[in-house]
Design a protein around this ligand. Structure first.
Ligand SMILES: CC(C)(COP(=O)(O)OP(=O)(O)OC[C@H]1O[C@@H](n2cnc3c(N)ncnc32)[C@H](O)[C@@H]1OP(=O)(O)O)[C@@H](O)C(=O)NCCC(=O)NCCS
Length: 189
């Protein structure tokens, strides 16, 4: 049965435009390119990124990961960005789950170990959030992280994502089930 409510963002509105680059807060978010393979590989070789994102990556998988993003953009199911600071890729941020009709998305991020501690994740999160509300037309954006990851909690909280609760044993990591914090920001916050 079709929903009686108007979709927050009409179907096709996202795919109608090319994925943009976003310049804000001293960082540049841009679509991934094939020549980012070495950076992606080095990121997923990092024990912390492997642990919190629950995966490692081979070179072939890095290529496939990079190549997956244009299809996710055109399918309106995801939007992945390389995060550049001073012209070098230092991290990633993405809308990893998008529900355009509901006006909802969930964000994922990591920062290369060599760039951690400089506020990159928060600046990228602010830039993506402003674009997602202002240009894409979303209404609510969520960040979920393990309760055992205080660095991610600090990034979300400092970026205005209120802690709404704890989802018990929601995500399986290599060391077992983790409780997950749910943070969210509304366009009206
Ligand atoms: C969590 C993460 C995204 C934070 O990114 P960031 O750009 O370093 O964020 P910030 O600079 O705001 O630092 C966040 C916290 O991490 C601490 N931190 C983590 N690594 C650090 C490092 N190498 N040097 C200094 N501080 C570091 C900071 O002190 C800060 O803690 P504080 O808020 O108590 O001061 C990044 O550490 C990361 O990618 N970690 C591995 C993957 C991960 O956890 N992804 C998120 C899954 S939900």
């Amino acid at each position: 049965m079709p929903s009686l409510a108007q979709p927050a963002v009409p179907p096709g509105a996202m795919a109608a435009a090319a994925q943009p680059s976003i310049d804000a807060n001293g960082v540049r978010l841009r679509p991934w390119r094939p020549d980012d393979r070495a950076t992606v590989l080095s990121a997923y070789a990092d024990p912390d990124i492997q642990h919190w994102h629950c995966r490692s990556m081979t070179a072939l998988e890095a290529d496939a990961w990079i190549q997956s993003w244009p299809g996710r953009w055109s399918g309106e199911s995801g939007a992945g960005f390389a995060v550049e600071s001073a012209g070098a890729v230092v991290g990633q941020i993405s809308l990893r789950r998008i529900d355009l009709a509901g006006g909802l998305a969930e964000v994922s991020y990591w920062v290369l170990p060599t760039a951690c501690g400089a506020g990159i994740a928060g600046r990228a999160l602010g830039a993506l959030t402003d674009w997602s509300f202002g240009s894409l037309g979303l209404h609510r954006i969520e960040v979920c992280h393990s309760t055992a990851n205080p660095a991610s909690c600090a990034v979300a909280t400092r970026s205005g994502f209120a802690l709404e609760g704890t989802k018990r044993a929601e995500a399986r990591h290599t060391d077992g089930w983790h409780d997950m914090h749910l943070h969210a920001r509304l366009a009206t916050d």
